[in-house]
Design a binder for this molecule. Sequence first.
Ligand code: PBG
Length: 332
Amino acid sequence: MSFPFTRMRRLRQNESMRRMVRETSLSVDDLVMPLFVCPGTGVKNEISSMPGNFHCSVDIVTEECRRIRDAGIPGVILFGIPEKKDATGSDSFSDNGIIQRALREIKKEVPGIIAITDVCFCEYTDHGHCGALVEGCVENDETLRLLQKQAVSHAQAGADMVAPSDMMDGRVRSIRTALDDEGFTHIPIMSYAAKYASAFYGPFREAAGSAPKEGDRRGYQMDPANGDEAIREVRLDIEEGADIVMVKPALSYLDIIYRVKQEFRVPVAAYNVSGEFSCITAAGQKGWIDLERVMMESLVSMKRAGADIIITYFAERTARLLARRSGTEELS
Ligand code: PBG
């Protein structure tokens, strides 16, 4: 049936009609907020490349978590900025490390929030790479042993979920085995399964001081030109025991999110990374785009592509906007 019997505009004539036929909805339940923890007390320093995001000491990050939980957001993902960096990133698996201290405080003070930890080394190593360097190259299997220590240490300090982002081969199996051996069979793994070597991480690297001193991450992160390879990466991680698989970044990789969801039908997370956040925020601040509408449009596109979970620096702003709108006003 075609025109004039079919008129697509009939179902677009007002917001109630559009709401009724809307296929995708964004909910506060889908959101995870990234947070950066740094040493000290009473510290809350804005990250210049990511307006509205802060380096927070443990006491302040705990307050942030309370506010985020009270806004209805189910989880946070924690990134640590250690006091000292060294060759193996030892702060990341120390019982007194920055993440371990934050976890103990958050779990004590903010019951109910899901504390996810980024499991990686680039923020903790003096060379800025995501693992142990041997002759200038990240040594895969040695890094696996260090990743096991880090994940177990996070679980011992109270992490509810671990999220390895290093892109070493075999890390999901290694971490799963180590967690199980230590009695943490109930702790899920969200793997950064298809993580691309992306320039969209720029603001984060400034935020975490984690840019590699020499070389780049193309020896372990994925080539942005590849799609089939993402399917192989995700399949391997699922076979190794990943509970949730992530595609990162999100906006330039919506096709990957879509393919992963269609192929595997497992929980999929999308990481709306720092560069995506900062581009939209900067253009919004300049008045070139309507920030809130672009924010909502891009987050809804991730859900439409197939993401179940969205990790985004916009999480709190989105939660407040959703609460304000409560579904009756224009959504996009
Ligand atoms: C690695 C890690 C990175 C991000 C999350 N985990 C940086 C990288 O791989 O260089 C990027 C997040 C973002 O850009 O928002 N620990």
